[in-house]
Design a protein around this ligand. Structure first.
Ligand SMILES: Cc1ncc(COP(=O)(O)O)c(C=O)c1O
Length: 389
């Protein structure tokens, strides 16, 4: 294994979590209900598929613009200006292979060996491997469950050293389901500006919002556009996880560096896939609204049922496709409990500790990845399980 690959201690290996344990049981024929992976249950909307099919049939099968199709970037720039409040044009956008590739390009461009990157904990594990690959050091700022995992500037500022280069933000947050308020984001922006830090902002769940929650892109706050890489994807909101398409918006000074990474690792995103994405971003807003409504119905079902179970309390997620119930009353660690649930109830959920020690005492339950019928069956199984614990 190369010296570079050996740097990764936490990335891919860690990203499998309970999935790997469940795979062994599934191959032995057990009827498992998977609520650990964030793969949307919905199908990609038909007009989006049709646009990609039409593009293929029309012969759009060749190399295209390295930064992304100009018409897609123009549509994305319009969306970012109107919905996210970002002052950006097509030249400030790079189309990527999902958000994973956007964060890879941003981290490889910005992080040098020895740089420290602060992650709010509970964190999204897949960001770690890239930081390590770049030779950087992940530094964790644990947020407080008792304070609904809110952004607490003191907990973040305490982690800043002369080596701190960047803060990694996930908003809406996987795994907690929080959608950070303007005041929380302003507190984070204040730290970034005072300490001259870059922010990479993972907004993959920006559209999946409930009960009137409002998503704010941190780059739209004063003084932040020039120090933020904002990252988005079609993955979750348009149920396009297998398509592998996302995009980032970055200050002009960073685009050249980012393109050095993306043109060397993938050249550019598949041409006809970008045509599908163009249909998604320019299509009627009802398509997106319908998909989010389905997620809300499932959230309501899961959170209501979890709160009826012995020893469980569950906050209402403001966004994302995850519930993050508190299981501390069971007296078991989250890993022990997730394994017991798999063994006894044939339901796969993720241990909160998978997202760092601050996630201990919780489970992550993905409500976006199954049909309503299967979710109901999973909740029946969990209710029996917790009733007999
Ligand atoms: C917070 C977060 N960022 C990034 C990703 C990966 O996105 P993509 O599939 O677009 O690479 C996920 C997927 O679960 C996620 O939850």
């Amino acid at each position: 294994m190369s010296y570079l690959a050996q740097r990764i201690t936490q990335g891919r290996k860690k990203s499998y979590g309970m999935f790997a344990k469940a795979a062994a049981l599934a191959s032995a024929g057990r009827d498992l209900i998977h609520m650990e992976l964030g793969s949307p249950h919905a199908d990609t909307p038909l007009p989006v598929k049709q646009a990609a099919i039409d593009a293929l049939l029309a012969g759009n099968v060749h190399y295209s613009h390295f930064q992304g199709l100009p018409k897609l970037r123009a549509a994305l720039a319009q969306k970012l200006r109107e919905k996210n409040g970002l002052d950006v044009d097509a030249s400030g956008i790079v189309v990527t292979n999902g958000l994973t590739h956007a964060s890879f390009a941003a981290i490889m461009t910005l992080v040098d060996p020895g740089d420290e990157v602060i992650l709010l904990e509970p964190y999204y594990p897949q960001h770690l491997g890239k930081i390590e690959l770049a030779g950087g050091r992940p530094v964790f700022a644990p947020l407080d469950a008792a304070n609904r995992f809110s952004i607490d500037p003191r907990r973040i500022e305490a982690k800043i050293t002369p080596a701190t280069k960047m803060i990694c933000l996930v908003n809406p947050c996987n795994p907690t389901g929080r959608v950070y308020s303007r005041a929380e984001l302003e507190a984070l922006a204040d730290i970034a500006i005072r300490h001259d830090l870059v922010v990479i902002s993972d907004e993959v769940y920006e559209e999946i919002l409930f009960d009137g929650a409002k998503h704010i892109s941190i780059a739209s706050l004063p003084g932040m556009a020039e120090r933020t890489v904002s990252m988005f994807a079609f993955t979750k909101s348009f149920a396009m996880d297998g398509w592998r398409i996302g995009y980032l918006a970055a200050p002009a000074a960073l685009i050249e560096g980012i393109l050095k990474i993306t043109t060397n690792d993938v050249t550019h995103v598949n041409t006809f896939i970008q045509e599908g994405a163009h249909a998604a971003v320019t299509g009627p807003s009802e398509i997106l609204a319908e998909l989010v409504h389905e997620d809300k119905v499932k959230r309501d079902l899961v959170v209501t049922r979890l709160n009826q179970m012995a020893g469980i309390t569950c906050e209402w997620p403001e966004g994302t496709i995850y519930a993050f119930p508190d299981i501390s009353q069971t007296g078991l660690s989250s890993q022990q409990l997730a394994e017991l649930i798999l063994e006894k109830a044939d339901v796969v959920v993720e241990a909160g500790s998978f997202y760092g020690p601050a996630g201990e005492g919780h489970l992550r339950v993905c409500f976006g990845s199954q049909s309503t019928e299967r979710i109901t069956e999973a909740m029946d199984r969990l209710q029996r399980f917790f009733g007999s614990l």
